[in-house]
Design a protein around this ligand. Structure first.
Ligand code: ZN
Length: 261
């Protein structure tokens, strides 16, 4: 069975900005889903902010192997309950791809636990992305580097924890550098942050970017594997210890009590 992916799009610029609409007539999420569906191994659908539960009801997320997240203008409008729902699915093992301005999304900041801040400039300048981890599955088919003729500069320092792996490093025409493709693990879930994707440039039409997104979905997917009850913290009483155990010290809690949260 194909990997089940949802491309979540904020869908605000896509509707309100004429330039963005002209580049992405089906929305950025529509373009990204189309790129993913070019692979027979991926079945991608979309969800958007304005839908009921932002298009992410619990039963739909439960069937999802990888969620992609593009947001910008309306990060603050994302319901905190939905954020927690997504975070818990990542802990259970759902893959997450955070794209471009999604670095400031509630979901990413919650999972990183840090500022996720960066420097930036909108000048339509060239970006050269180096695959500094060329044997990584996400970089398959990319070559030593590729270029985007027009990109928004995202520069260091990038306020994320030290990543699991750095797959891409970018250089910009203006001179800055950026860790543009990073992997993380949170609980059972694999996370990939990929920085290209400014809405006024046709980044998601680029063939190499589309290859990377497909690679990343396959890398992040763990179909059929789930960390059950990932947020439970059960008390294991002395009498249920695997080996005979004599209680030797004083205690605060009764057997089987729910701990404090
Ligand atoms: Zn942008």
């Amino acid at each position: 069975m194909a990997v089940q992916a949802i491309v979540w799009g904020e869908n605000v610029h896509d509707r309100e900005n004429e330039l963005v609409r002209s580049i992405y007539p089906d929305g950025m999420h529509g373009c990204i889903a189309e790129a993913l569906n070019e692979s027979p191994d991926i079945s991608a659908t979309t969800a958007t902010l304005e839908q009921d539960e932002h298009g992410l009801p619990a039963d739909r997320l439960a069937r999802t192997d990888v969620l992609l997240w593009w947001g910008h203008k309306a990060h603050g409008d994302v319901d905190d309950g939905i954020v927690e729902r997504v975070v818990e699915r990542v802990w259970e093992g759902m893959g997450l791809l955070v794209l471009h301005s999604g670095h400031f999304s509630k979901v990413f900041k919650r999972l990183m636990g840090s500022s996720c801040a960066l420097t930036w400039r909108e000048a339509g300048e060239r970006e050269r992305l180096w695959a500094i981890n060329p044997a990584h599955p996400i970089a398959a088919g990319v070559g030593p580097y590729f270029e985007l003729e027009q990109s928004e500069m995202y520069g260091e320092p990038f306020g994320v924890p030290e990543p699991l792996e750095t797959v891409f490093v970018s250089w910009y025409e203006g001179g800055e550098v950026f860790r543009s493709g990073l992997t993380f693990q949170r609980g059972g879930g694999r996370i990939f942050y990929f920085s290209p994707g400014h809405e006024v440039y046709p980044v998601y039409h680029d063939a190499t970017v589309r290859t990377i997104l497909r690679n990343a979905v396959m890398w992040a997917a763990k179909p059929g594997i789930r960390w059950e009850n990932v947020a439970d913290a059960p008390n294991r009483p002395v009498g249920e210890a695997l080996e005979p155990l004599e209680e030797k010290g004083p205690r605060l809690h009764e057997d089987g009590e729910a701990g404090y949260r």
